[in-house]
Design a protein around this ligand. Structure first.
Ligand SMILES: Nc1ncnc2c1ncn2[C@@H]1O[C@H](COP(=O)(O)OP(=O)(O)OP(=O)(O)O)[C@@H](O)[C@H]1O
Ligand code: SF4
Ligand SMILES: [Mg+2]
Length: 327
């Protein structure tokens, strides 16, 4: 397994109290595989990713438990310098906002080239050639003549391609893309997502794709992990989840996707708000919002049950997963 996160816990200690942002997350991604991580705002998707990358804001953040195995080694036991070597060369991250991730006063060619001069000891001339090659690869038109341009001279979609190029520069084994297309227009979103999926396949990388948008992942993901209040409430192969979700929260998310064939129909929205992470409800954290909730849900934390029906290969943290699956 390329990456295996085991029972990860992350807290934020602030003046107002302790926010339990990640509460026992386990997931894994193999080479050539795409894992989509879904969930509402504040569910811990980014914090988990930051812990994997080693860029968590500490303090106030603190990893209080778990393991992050990369190629079999626990990154949490690495010294910062070893960690830095893994980052960039072996794993890279793509963020939502390219404009704030790229350096505004350096040309994109200089920024791309720096990856090769700093990490690979290349000459500036060779590095520039590499930069053009990468820009071609992410299909920036007229790459050779635009290599000296600055980030603000590119459109949002093109900037996002440049960020993908930065992430791919050293051919990492793992890419984490955190809402890579959220800031873009819908048509450009699809193009950038297709490009990312294509490069991922070509380079046989593991990809963790974080998104709010269940519509986006249907074509590109192999598996989906759904997060709620810092835990994974359901994980399964993508087609199983679309066919029959085994957790009421996933079901609510799926029913919130706008569908072209049902124009005008009111969208089902999950009622209520995500919980306060300083005071997560007892029992199942989803119980105040769940249409299937009953007494046991308010007292007993559901384990991640194996969803064992009909050859399925999923897990659901719902006491009543069978009912949900067939409901
Ligand atoms: N720097 C920070 N300081 C304090 N608390 C933080 C910090 N970063 C994250 N948190 C806490 O962790 C929770 C989870 O944050 P996270 O960024 O992982 O959410 P997310 O699932 O990525 O949401 P979104 O979809 O909005 O990006 C936040 O709601 C907040 O309580
Ligand atoms: S355990 Fe209970 S509250 Fe939680 S999702 Fe299942 S039915 Fe709903
Ligand atoms: Mg986030």
């Amino acid at each position: 397994m390329l990456l295996e996160v085991r029972d990860l816990h992350v807290e934020f200690r602030t003046r107002d109290g302790v926010a339990r942002a990640v509460n026992g997350v386990s997931y894994s991604v193999d080479e050539g595989e795409t894992l989509a991580v879904l969930g509402e705002s504040g569910s811990g998707k980014s914090v988990t990713a930051q812990a994997v990358m080693g860029i968590l804001d500490t303090p106030p953040g603190k990893i209080t438990g778990g393991e992050i195995l990369f190629k079999g080694q626990d990154l949490l036991t690495f010294k910062e310098e070893e960690r830095r070597k893994v980052r960039g060369a072996q794993m890279a991250m793509i963020f939502q906002d390219a404009l704030s991730s790229l350096n505004p006063v350096l040309s994109v060619g200089a920024q791309l080239g720096e990856m090769f001069t700093v990490h690979r000891g290349m000459s500036r001339k060779d590095a520039k050639a590499k930069a053009v090659e990468l820009m071609d690869r992410v299909r920036i038109p007229a790459a050779a003549s635009r290599v000296g341009d600055y980030p603000h001279q590119f459109s949002g979609g093109m900037r996002q391609r440049i960020m993908i190029a930065m992430a791919l520069a050293l051919e990492p084994a793992l890419i984490i893309a955190d809402e890579p297309t959220t800031a873009l227009d819908v048509t450009v979103q699809a193009q950038v997502m297709d490009l990312l999926a294509e490069l991922q396949r070509e380079l046989n990388m593991g990809l963790i794709l974080i998104t709010h948008d269940l519509g986006v992942v249907a074509d590109v993901a192999d598996r989906i992990a759904v997060m709620y209040a810092g835990t994974i409430v359901e994980s399964a192969p993508v087609h199983d989840i679309y066919k029959a979700p085994a957790h009421p929260y996933t079901k609510g998310l799926l029913e919130s996707i706008p569908r072209l064939d049902q124009k005008g129909r009111e969208l089902y929205a999950i009622k209520g708000l995500p919980p306060n992470l300083m005071n997560i409800p007892s029992g199942c954290a989803f119980n105040p919002r769940c249409p299937l909730a009953r007494d046991v849900c308010r007292t007993d934390v559901p384990p991640l049950y194996e969803v064992t029906e009909a050859g399925a290969d999923g897990r659901s943290a719902c006491h009543f997963w069978r009912e949900c699956l067939h409901g």
